[in-house]
Design a protein around this ligand. Structure first.
Ligand code: URA
Length: 291
């Protein structure tokens, strides 16, 4: 990134002072006072929030050098020049000859993880089963303390049967790494288990049919904290009509589980100036994770 753009970009994120990265061979500058995001202290409950993972300011996603050295690298990455990796919204079309939906799922309260996964895999509760390649149950540690909830699978996730594997997923991984968590140490799920065609917003009836699956996942997981990424996740989980900008920073709960709302990584890829707020939200989630 050229220096002027870098300065504008950092300023937009509220970073007013920094030290330039030295050229190869130049001496490393002394740290100078910079405006830094507060970084959560490494917790004595380390194993539960990231065993063997360096403290939150120095994750494997990398930290910026020079005066930005305590800010995670994902926060400072060059904003994309185009957003053509965000798929265009296409009209939802279903082939006419596929099986119709069969209605709501029945009581799931007795199901364990394996049976629940199986039930999701064979779900035909709404029309989305017609166009999916795979259901996307969720991934991670079934004993995780942090549950991340997104919106719905996109094209990559539908193809691979795993949530957050595309560009947004890479950013989510880096964001988690910045608070000391690898992807396999949290659980990641979505409001919907099937991809809405063209990545359109989930419809109310689709959310309604899918909701018991997520509810049962949350019962089984009993996470200490839920991190909702994006409007669709937050509004549907918390039954709210508020924008993410109004929900974030508030003490919210889903069935008594502290719930932190932040921006969706796909939105952050398009609006990197909001990353500093997402970083503050992540740190809030981290603090709630630690006893
Ligand atoms: N966006 C989501 O909300 N969920 C995914 O799994 C992928 C992208």
């Amino acid at each position: 990134m050229d220096e002027t753009r870098r300065r504008e970009y950092l300023r937009a994120m509220g970073v007013e002072r920094w030290v330039l990265r030295p050229e190869p061979g130049e001496p490393q500058p002394e740290p100078s006072p910079v405006q830094r995001s507060p970084v959560p202290a490494a917790s004595p409950a380390g194993p539960e929030v990231g065993e063997g993972v360096p403290p939150p300011s120095a994750q494997d996603s990398g930290t910026a050098s020079g005066g930005d050295r305590d800010l995670p690298a994902w926060l400072l990455e060059e904003p994309p020049q185009t957003d053509d990796y965000i798929p265009a919204r296409e009209p939802a079309e279903y082939p006419a000859d596929l099986e119709p939906a069969v209605g709501p799922v029945t009581d799931l309260s007795a199901l364990g993880w394996d049976e629940l996964r199986e039930r999701v895999g064979e779900c035909r509760g709404c029309e989305l089963h017609r166009s999916r390649a795979n259901t996307v149950f969720g991934v991670g540690d079934p004993a995780a303390r942090l549950l991340v909830i997104g919106e719905a699978p996109g094209a990559d996730e539908d193809r691979q049967g795993e949530p957050f594997v595309g560009r947004a997923g890479q950013l989510l991984n880096a964001m988690l790494a910045a608070i000391g968590l690898r992807r396999d140490q949290v659980f990641i799920a979505n409001i919907l288990k099937c991809r809405p065609p063209g990545n359109r917003d989930p419809r109310a009836e689709e959310v309604q049919h899918c909701e018991p699956y997520l509810r049962r996942q949350i019962e089984l997981l009993a996470p200490r904290v839920i991190l909702c990424v994006g409007r669709v996740a937050a509004q549907n989980l918390l039954q709210s009509g508020e924008a993410v900008g109004r929900m974030r920073g508030k003490a919210l709960f889903y069935r008594e589980i502290p719930t932190v709302v932040t921006y969706h990584p796909a939105y952050l890829l398009r609006s990197p100036e909001q990353k500093a707020k997402a970083w503050a939200d992540l740190q809030a989630a981290y603090r709630k994770l630690t006893p």
